[in-house]
Design a binder for this molecule. Structure first.
Ligand SMILES: [Zn+2]
Length: 430
């Protein structure tokens, strides 16, 4: 029997493991920022937790037992145990698909005098044996599920198929169907369901998707335009100018922010100045009715540009494809190349701020206003020059209220996708 397995030594090792596990448990229970982990653990079935711990222990022990025969049968048990436990520990600490643990093990063996070629060959063998266990386990469990001996899901492909799918679409979603506003597309949850092989499918409005992301955005994914004084029980709103103007509410229900879609971007444009009244007349002549989106969106910026140039040609956009004109106008304005382009961007930013303020009032958004969409990150200097926030705050008797509202620009282009993923997660939790 190896000396490592002598009763006294074994007892000491077991005590060390118990001490480590206690420390880990204390970290999980006491460390700040792990609230979600605690909630998940508290809601989990103790039998499953016990099973998970037992399987993890089996996995660890089999790793250690396999290590010596694969690398060198003449290696002392004690050395083999030390190297394999170090490898396992390293593999857990450094998330590099287990490679970090193997690398540490290889380094120790090399220091111990084992030839590099032998280490390389044996490492490959060890990795293959280790992975084949996982592969076989997935195949066996998948087969058992397929024939109905295990679990309610009858899918052989298991992890290859999505458990839930959610998609954000630019348009109103009615009866799990959406007709996209700005392109000629029909989207249907049933078709996605057939394609994805799961009944857990949800279609949400794109802004509703973006709204769901606000909870999980990190500080480096937003820029603060107004600090405000966020109210922890308040609602929030999202406004996003891109190819159109999206608006969504985040209502606080039982402590959580619940995304609600709206078609507010198609509401009436409210002119605030003589200049905007002129703009309103021009828009009404063109569209019959002026929507906020006719001003606050990419095509809206092009409308405002046409207005500030009084129909005269502007060299900044003459050679530019229609879909790239808004970006060209912003760029010309930010680089102060054309006074009329600069006025267009300034009017755009002011109208954007005013509408964000309107939305904050409608939703009583004391927890914050999030400015999303593709345009905001590209015109950040213009959003930060004071025009946006000045218009946002100019709400007469309600100015004191909107001054308290935090205003943040979402920089992450994946916010909509992230939010759709949050909706999909919600389907799994339901
Ligand atoms: Zn111009």
């Amino acid at each position: 029997m190896p000396s490592e397995l002598a009763p006294r030594r074994l007892l000491r090792r077991v005590l060390q493991v118990v001490a480590l596990l206690t420390l880990l448990a204390l970290v999980v229970v006491l460390a700040p920022g792990l609230g979600e982990v605690r909630d998940k653990l508290a809601g989990a079935d103790p039998a499953w937790i016990a099973l998970a711990i037992a399987l993890e222990l089996c996995s660890g022990v089999s790793y250690v037992v396999m290590f010596r025969p694969v690398f060198c049968r003449r290696m002392p048990w004690r050395t083999s145990w030390e190297i394999s436990w170090s490898s396992l520990g390293m593999g857990s600490i450094v998330p590099a698909s287990g490679a970090a643990g193997l690398a540490l093990g290889a380094w120790i063996l090399h220091e111990g005098g084992m030839p590099a070629e032998r280490i390389a060959r044996r490492s490959v063998a060890f990795f293959l044996i280790k992975s084949s266990v996982n592969f076989v386990a997935v195949a066996v469990i998948g087969t058992l599920m397929a024939v109905g001996l295990l679990g309610p899901e009858r899918s052989l492909l298991l992890t290859a198929l999505p458990a839930a799918a959610a998609a954000g679409v630019a348009g109103p979603v009615i009866d799990a169907r959406a007709r996209l506003t700005n392109i000629d597309w029909d989207v249907n949850a049933d078709e996605i369901s057939d394609f994805a092989g799961t009944t857990r499918v949800k279609l949400v409005n794109d802004l509703e998707a973006m709204a769901a992301s606000t909870d999980v955005l990190t500080p480096d994914e937003v820029v603060v335009l107004q600090e405000g004084r966020p109210h922890p029980d308040g609602n929030a709103v999202v406004i996003a100018a891109g190819t159109g103007l999206g608006e969504a509410y985040l209502h606080r229900v039982a402590g959580r922010l619940l995304p609600l879609a709206s078609e507010g971007g198609h509401g009436d444009f409210a002119a605030r100045t003589d200049r905007e009244i002129e703009l309103l007349r021009a828009l009404r002549a063109e569209y019959g009715r002026a929507e906020v989106e006719h001003v606050v969106s990419g095509p809206g910026l092009v409308n405002v540009h046409r207005f500030t140039h009084r129909g005269e040609p502007c060299g900044e956009i003459e050679q530019v494809a229609p879909e790239d004109r808004a970006a060209a106008i912003s760029q010309a304005a930010l680089e102060a190349r054309c006074p009329a382009c600069m006025e267009a961007l300034s009017m755009f930013v002011s109208a954007y701020g005013a509408e964000a303020g309107n939305l904050a009032l409608r939703g009583v958004a004391l927890a914050g206003v999030f400015v999303g969409g593709g345009i905001a990150p590209k015109i950040l200097p213009a959003l930060q020059d004071g025009t946006f926030i000045e218009a946002f705050r100019a709400k007469g008797s309600m100015s004191a209220l909107v001054e308290k509202v935090p205003v943040k620009v979402i920089l992450s282009p994946e916010a909509g996708l992230l939010g759709a993923a949050m909706h999909a997660q919600g389907l799994l939790d339901a």
